[in-house]
Design a protein around this ligand. Structure first.
Ligand code: KIV
Length: 278
């Protein structure tokens, strides 16, 4: 294990000393290497790959095979960050035994350090069993995209008192079940602050205000790579979509106008050498 490898213990210590935790999604080797080199604490292989990599309109079609494949690539590109892999839709709902087995695959076959599950009290038995198998678990409350059909869309959660109370109770239930951190997605900032203050484990916010112990963004939103939609809560730090289209257009023009490849990109062989190749 690398000397500076981030662990679940590191994250708890960061919360205790008030140091913010940085989390970004990653889905491939090259991106994972860059984010790791930049010193991001946690790389989340999110099932948002269903949207931004595979082109689905939700995370529901994402399979265990998708998650194993992308997590393997991210793990190979990561030295220091903690790699957390999302458990996809229905991979932790059928039975406790199947949940433990699927979580185990993400560590044993794919090299993740931890897994993330969406839901509260209703999945506490699965969280407890996975944790008991030595697999660290991250929780995810508020807007849980795998339940989009039940939630009636991608909407802010916990807006009234009853709904806020459910989120607080679910956070406490997950903490009791042994999670090492909880993602809070799309909930009012004062509620996220309250949850963060009530918990010993760190909260990681996305659309949940500045009081969470850390922040997570989808890397495609941060880099301006995904042109379909950009959530209100995401901050764009670059517009790589435009940069890539411009670069590719220049390449196209160069090839059409016979400017690429030039002599500097070709192997310098005399024509008489060619027969020796065969
Ligand atoms: O799948 C994902 O990318 C996530 C983050 C948005 C938290 O769950």
């Amino acid at each position: 294990m690398a000397v500076n490898k981030v662990s679940t213990v590191t994250l708890k210590e960061m919360k205790q000393r008030g140091e913010k935790i940085t989390v970004l999604t990653a889905y491939d080797y090259s991106t994972a290497r860059m984010l790791d080199q930049a010193g991001i604490d946690v790389l989340l292989v999110g099932d948002s790959l269903g949207n931004v990599i595979l082109g689905y309109d939700s995370t529901i079609p994402v399979t265990m095979e998708d998650m194993v494949s992308h997590t393997r690539a991210v793990s190979r590109g990561t030295t220091n960050a903690l790699v957390v892999a999302d458990m996809p839709f229905l991979s932790y709902h059928v039975s406790v035994a199947e949940s433990v087995k699927n979580a185990g695959r993400l560590l044993q076959e794919a090299g993740a350090n931890a897994v993330k599950l969406e839901g509260g009290r209703e999945i506490a038995d699965k969280v407890e069993a996975i944790n008991a198998a030595g697999i660290p678990v991250m929780g995810h409350l508020g807007l849980t995209p795998q339940s989009v059909n039940k939630l009636g869309g991608y909407k802010v959660q916990g807006k009234d008192e009853a709904a806020a109370r459910v989120i607080i109770n679910n956070a406490l239930a997950l903490q009791d079940a042994g999670v090492f951190a909880i993602v809070l997605e799309c909930i009012p900032a004062p509620l996220a602050k309250m949850v963060t203050e009530r918990l010993d484990v760190p909260t990681i916010g996305i659309g949940a205000g500045a009081s969470c112990d850390g922040q997570v963004l989808v890397i495609h939103d941060l880099l301006g790579l995904y042109s379909d939609v950009s959530p209100k809560f995401a901050k764009r730090y670059a517009s790589l979509n435009t940069t890539i289209i411009e670069a590719v257009t220049k390449y196209k023009v160069d090839v059409k106008e016979k400017k690429f490849p030039g002599p500097e990109h070709s192997f310098g062989m005399e024509e008489g050498d060619l027969p020796k190749l065969y």
